[in-house]
Design a protein around this ligand. Structure first.
Ligand SMILES: [Fe+2]
Ligand SMILES: [Fe+2]
Length: 432
C-alpha cells in the first residue's frame, strides 16, 4: 500500500466540534506588536511558518470522540493496531507567505499520516511520489510520509484563498521505527527543478525518465543533466559556465570600442550591425570569433544534445538591453535566417525580463540559456519599461545544420497574422 484515500470521514456534527476546538486554540497563539502571528520556531511548532506559507498548530487537542473515530477508521482500513501520536493543524494562505511544499520526507517515528482536508476554497493537489491526488473537504490521503516523498504542485494562491488541513500521525505499536536519520537531499536547486517537473509533467520530457526512480536518483539525474527539457523543442540549461569562463565574456564586452558620433553610440544600421539599435533598445557588439576551446566545446555540446545531431556555430553576438539605449522591445518574430538553433544565453543583469516562446513565458537567470529553433519557435519579450540603470546582457550563439535549411521565407512583418495570437497574449500581460 502506498496511498489510500477516504472520503466523508466525519459527520457535520463532528466537523463543527473540530472547528470550534481549533478556533479556541488559535486564539491562544502569540502575536507580535503589529498583531501578526509569531514564528512557529519560538513556540514549539505553534505559529507562523512563513517559508511554507502557512499557520500551524504543532500538536492540537481534539476530543476523544474524534480521535477514537479516526483511529478506528485507520486501523480497520490498514488492518493494523496503530496508535494516534499527535495531530497538527495547518492553514495555507497567501497572508502567511507563499504556500508551497517541495518534495520531502518527514523525519519522525510515524508509521502513517492521515492528511485530512478540513476545508478549502480552492483546489490544491497533494503529491505522493510521482502521483498527485485531488482532495476534497472531509477527505484524506493516508500514507507513510517517512517512506514516500510528498509535495504540492506549484500554485499561486489568490488573495483570500485558503486550504486548511489536519495531519493525524500514527505510530506502529509493534514496530516503532525512527526515521530521524533519513538522508538529506543533496541540492535544493535540483529539488526545485523536480517540483517544477512534477507540477507540469507533460511539459518535461525528463519526467518519463525519472518517474519511478527513488528521489535520490531523480535528483542525481537532474543534477547530471542540469538541463531541463521544457518542451520537445525548447530546452533550458542552467549554470553553464564557470566563473572564469564568464569573466572571459565580460572582458570581451568591456574591451569593445563601439564608435561614437557626437558622444552617442553609432547607429548599428550605419555600422554593419555594431552600435545602438534604438528600436530594440539595445547596444550590439561586434561578432566575436576567437572563442577559447573549452567554451566552444561546451556550446557545441549543448547544441548537439539539444538538436540531436552535429551543428556548426555560425555566429556569436552579444547585446546589452537597457533604458539608456532606447526602449527595449522585442515583438514576436522568427529570425528568418539560415540557422536551426539558437542558444539564448543571459550573461548578466540587474533586472529580470522573461522570454516568451510561442505562448509561454520562460524565466531566465544569469548563466542560464534557453535553446530553441528561432525559425520554428515564435520568440519575444513581454512589455517592460527599463530605467537607464537597468540592463540585461545576452549572448546569442547561432548554429546552422548541414542540411542547409533556409528560413528566409519567414521574413514576415510584425503584424503578420501568424503572430496575432502571440501579440494578443503579450499585450494582455501588460508591462511586466
Ligand atoms: Fe511532510
Ligand atoms: Fe530573434
Amino acid at each position: 500500500m502506498t496511498v489510500n484515500k477516504i472520503n466523508n470521514i466525519f459527520s457535520t456534527q463532528e466537523l463543527l466540534i473540530i472547528d470550534s476546538n481549533i478556533k479556541n486554540q488559535i486564539s491562544f497563539l502569540q502575536v507580535d506588536q503589529e498583531n501578526n502571528f509569531k514564528s512557529y520556531l519560538v513556540n514549539n511548532g505553534w505559529g507562523l511558518h512563513q517559508e511554507l506559507g502557512r499557520l500551524q498548530l504543532g500538536n492540537i487537542y481534539l476530543p476523544n470522540k474524534i480521535t477514537k473515530k479516526i483511529t478506528k477508521i485507520i486501523n480497520n482500513l490498514l488492518n493494523s493496531n496503530f496508535k494516534l501520536d499527535h495531530i497538527v493543524y495547518v492553514e495555507y494562505n497567501k497572508k502567511y507567505g507563499k504556500p508551497s511544499l517541495k518534495p520531502h520526507f518527514d523525519r519522525d517515528n510515524s508509521a502513517v499520516v492521515v492528511d485530512f482536508q478540513l476545508s478549502a476554497n480552492t483546489s490544491w493537489n497533494l503529491g505522493v511520489d510521482y502521483d498527485s491526488y485531488k482532495l476534497e473537504d472531509n477527505s484524506a490521503l493516508i500514507f507513510n510520509a517517512n517512506e514516500h516523498f510528498h509535495w504540492r504542485p506549484i500554485k499561486n494562491f489568490k488573495e483570500d484563498e485558503f486550504v486548511k488541513m489536519l495531519f493525524f500521525r500514527f505510530y506502529n505499536l509493534d514496530n516503532k521505527k525512527s526515521y530521524e536519520n533519513l538522508q538529506e537531499f543533496s541540492s535544493s536547486e535540483a529539488v526545485e527543478i523536480l517540483l517544477e517537473i512534477l507540477s507540469n509533467p507533460t511539459e518535461h520530457k525528463i519526467y518519463e525518465k525519472i518517474k519511478g526512480l527513488s528521489i535520490y536518483d531523480a535528483i542525481k539525474q537532474i543534477e547530471d543533466n542540469q538541463q531541463v527539457n521544457l518542451f520537445d523543442n525548447i530546452k533550458k540549461y542552467e549554470n553553464i559556465f564557470t566563473s572564469e569562463e564568464l569573466k572571459f565574456f565580460e572582458s570581451i564586452l568591456d574591451q569593445y570600442d563601439i564608435p561614437k558620433v557626437n558622444n552617442n553610440y553609432i547607429n548599428s544600421k550605419d555600422n554593419d550591425g555594431v552600435g545602438i539599435d534604438q528600436a530594440l533598445g539595445r547596444l550590439q557588439f561586434k561578432r566575436f570569433e576567437n572563442i577559447p576551446d573549452n567554451i566552444r566545446e561546451k556550446i557545441n555540446s549543448i547544441a548537439k544534445t539539444s538538436f540531436g545531431s552535429e551543428l556548426s556555430l555560425s555566429n556569436t553576438v552579444a547585446v546589452e538591453y537597457s533604458g539608456k539605449y532606447g526602449k527595449p522591445n522585442l515583438p514576436p518574430h522568427f529570425d528568418a535566417d539560415d540557422n536551426s538553433l539558437i542558444i539564448n544565453f543571459q550573461l548578466s543583469s540587474n533586472t529580470s525580463w522573461d522570454i516568451g516562446l510561442n505562448l509561454k513565458l520562460y524565466n531566465l537567470e544569469n548563466n542560464c540559456a534557453l535553446v530553441f529553433n528561432p525559425n520554428e519557435v515564435i520568440h519575444w519579450r513581454p512589455h517592460k519599461i527599463f530605467t537607464n540603470e537597468e540592463y540585461i546582457k545576452m549572448i546569442f550563439f547561432r548554429f546552422t545544420s548541414f542540411n542547409d535549411k533556409k528560413y528566409l521565407n519567414l521574413r514576415h512583418s510584425m503584424d503578420h497574422p501568424i503572430f496575432k495570437e502571440t501579440n494578443l497574449y503579450r499585450d494582455k500581460l501588460g508591462n511586466t
